[in-house]
Each structure stands twice: as C-alpha cells, then as structure tokens.
Design a protein around this ligand. Structure first.
Ligand code: DQA
Length: 148
C-alpha cells in the first residue's frame, strides 16, 4: 500500500515563513515524521513539494498510470485558486485528505473558499504538523481495513 503527500507553493519555506501561522517545523521535519510513521505501518510513502501548479498537476496525472492508494495534499495558495489541480484530482479518483497547517477559517476571507473540500474525503485545518500525522493515521487505518 502506498501514500503520496503533496505540498504546494511556499511550503518549502516552512520554519522561516510566518511561524505564528505555520509553526516552527521545516518541511523536511514534517516529511521525516510522516516517513517514520508510514515505515512503522509498512506503508510506502513519497513526498513532493512544488511552487509550480503544472508540476503538481503532472504528479497527480502520473497517478493514472502509477497509482497510489491515498493522497494527502496541502495545496497551499492553490487551494483558493486552482480549478486545474482540482480537475486533475477528480480525474484520477484517488481518495485524498486536504490539509492546512493554519486554521484558514480564522484568517482572511479569501482563504475560506477551497476548490478541493467538496471532493476531499475530509479536511484538517489548524492543527499544524499534527494535521498531516492525523491524516496519515486515517489513511493507514483505511488501507489496513478498507471495509470500515
Ligand atoms: C495553507 C493556507 C493557505 O491559505 C496558504 O496560502 C498556504 C498554506 C496552510 O497550510 O495553512 O500557503 O494551506
């Protein structure tokens, strides 16, 4: 079983970028925590970050021929703008959880709308690094017992 974690634009700056919103962990810290959890559950996990919408879309499209079982995605600013990334996810039909480190609903109004929420399995917003780890826990539980 396999999980792909996708991180959108500016998440490469985690640790430096607005820590009051996004916390002190770097992206490498988050990816390491996820990799360790996946490994102990016997799940293959890959992480990918890009600042480019097209690269994220290409990664999702590639899943049509080399699928994974579950996606965890923080589309970052593309959450609020990208019909194209939404369409790619809808095309491959792989279940995904939408993650936001910050609570987008406590922030500017333009962050309250997401192009992803209605086609996601679920959304976690505001729990920082823990949100990614909880999403992975959920994915692992589903992959280990798909009938639940
Ligand atoms: C974010 C929230 C988005 O509004 C913002 O553009 C980001 C990160 C989050 O993780 O809280 O870049 O997705």
């Amino acid at each position: 079983k396999s999980v792909l974690v996708l991180h959108g634009p500016n998440l490469n700056l985690l640790g430096l970028r607005e820590p009051e919103h996004y916390g002190k962990n770097t992206l490498a810290d988050i990816d390491k925590l996820l990799a360790d959890k996946a490994k102990s559950a016997g799940i293959a996990l890959k992480s990918f970050q890009s600042n480019a919408e097209a690269e994220l879309i290409d990664q999702v499209q590639a899943l049509a021929t080399e699928p994974v079982d579950f996606l965890i995605i923080n589309p970052a600013a593309f959450t609020h703008t990208s019909v194209a990334l939404r369409d790619a996810l809808a095309a491959v039909r792989i279940p995904f959880i939408e993650i936001h480190l910050s609570n987008v609903y406590s922030r500017e109004a333009f962050r309250h709308h997401s192009y992803f929420t209605d086609i996601a399995v679920g959304v976690i917003s505001g729990l920082g690094t823990q949100g990614y780890l909880s999403a992975l826990d959920y994915a692992i539980s589903q992959l280990n017992s798909p009938s639940i």
